[in-house]
Ligand binder design. Structure first.
Ligand code: FES
Length: 164
């Protein structure tokens, strides 16, 4: 019974004397956790970027440099006859309205500048308000757009399509 008050006193004194050290230790731990968290986030970002890049390059390895340096935008075999393909990164649509005839247009809709997202049934289609443009000349085939898609110049050589 006599020791209880004594122990209470000790307990009361300990936090008072240890508080500064305890506080520093806690700050140190918090800082450490903070840095670890940042490092973790950075590592996670690096990891996802790496995987994203490698995935993109793997799927379209020869296409990525195309926008900058005149490398091939696409292989002719990628573009279906009577159809086309949207290259989102380059903001270009390449079509093949007839066997061996390749056309390219801006992928930006002339209505409200949404990127078009598909080529189907002979038209290039905008998802925003359903404007449609003909694959042969980019002219309006339906929807609210009133102006044709801007035509881009391409060259075809050796089975490769390049932006001119
Ligand atoms: S932005 Fe394409 S239809 Fe409106």
């Amino acid at each position: 019974m006599v020791t209880e008050p004594a122990s209470q006193v000790e307990e009361n004194e300990r936090p008072a004397t240890e508080a500064p050290d305890g506080g520093n230790t806690r700050r140190g731990v918090l800082i450490g956790v903070g840095l670890a968290g940042v490092a973790g986030v950075a590592a996670a970002c690096g990891g996802s970027d790496d995987s994203g890049d490698s995935g993109g390059n793997g799927a379209a390895g020869q296409q990525s440099p195309a926008a900058g340096g005149g490398a091939a935008l696409a292989q002719t075999s990628e573009i279906p006859v009577g159809g086309g393909k949207v290259f989102k990164e380059q903001k270009v649509v390449v079509t093949q309205p007839a066997q061996g005839t390749f056309k390219a247009f801006s992928a930006i809709c002339t209505h409200r500048q949404c990127p078009v997202d598909e080529v189907a049934d002979g038209t290039i289609n905008c998802p925003c308000h359903r404007s449609k443009f003909k694959i042969a000349d980019g002219s309006v085939a339906g929807g609210p757009a009133t102006r044709p898609l801007e035509e881009k110049q391409v060259t075809v050589s050796g089975g490769q399509i390049k932006l001119a």
